[in-house]
Design a protein around this ligand. Structure first.
Ligand SMILES: CC(C)(COP(=O)(O)OP(=O)(O)OC[C@H]1O[C@@H](n2cnc3c(N)ncnc32)[C@H](O)[C@@H]1OP(=O)(O)O)[C@@H](O)C(=O)NCCC(=O)NCCS
Length: 163
């Protein structure tokens, strides 16, 4: 039985694993990122970008893995002083609304401990993600006009923080 004080991030339909290294999983994560952000104001990230981020000192990552072993979501974050920042978070369109993003954020907080405060940016028109963060206790602490630029359009980012 799991110890009572352990944060349990595993669910029957997925498990959450810490990313170690970088380059070996970066290609898979780049494909997932492109699929997840296909309709988004946010740019998609290349394999090289993801590998570089995963290797950078202070950065951490976690992957949600389906029972068949495929990656169905991931998160990358970084430590900045006594705070943490979510650099990216995405879940496969076929695996959404099962608590995977929530579990990935729980895992990120675990990896960035003892930091409690997390910051992130979200496109103002990304209603699904905004609802997720609202539910997880994030509040708006700033706005970056025209932060996301894609396909000739620009969209503001909201800066959110928990606590
Ligand atoms: C946003 C995203 C990460 C959410 O992933 P997810 O695994 O589906 O989220 P969860 O299952 O943990 O959602 C938890 C709660 O957040 C809210 N929520 C999440 N997605 C939502 C949506 N599309 N619409 C409304 N509420 C939503 C709900 O309250 C949900 O609980 P419920 O399913 O019991 O109603 C996913 O939709 C995604 O990858 N989107 C594209 C990439 C993206 O926008 N990333 C975030 C960039 S800042």
């Amino acid at each position: 039985m799991a110890p009572r004080n352990r944060i349990v991030t595993d669910r029957p339909n997925f498990r959450v694993e810490t990313v170690t290294g970088g380059a070996d999983v970066a290609g898979v994560l780049a494909d997932l990122h492109a699929t997840c952000f296909a309709q988004s104001a946010q740019e998609t990230w290349s394999e090289n970008t993801i590998a570089t981020l995963l290797r950078a000192p202070g950065n951490v990552g976690a992957i949600a893995v389906a029972p068949h072993g495929g990656a169905i979501g991931f998160i990358i974050g970084r430590a900045i002083g006594d705070e943490g920042e979510v650099l990216t978070l995405c879940v496969s369109p076929t695996a959404r609304r099962q608590g995977i993003a929530t579990a990935l954020i729980v895992k990120l907080r675990e990896l960035l401990a003892p930091r409690q405060r997390l910051l992130l940016e979200v496109a103002v028109n990304n209603q699904g993600a905004r609802k997720l963060y609202l539910r997880l206790g994030f509040d708006e602490v700033g706005r970056r006009p025209g932060y996301y630029k894609r396909g000739g359009k620009s969209v503001d980012a909201l800066v959110l923080a928990n606590g």
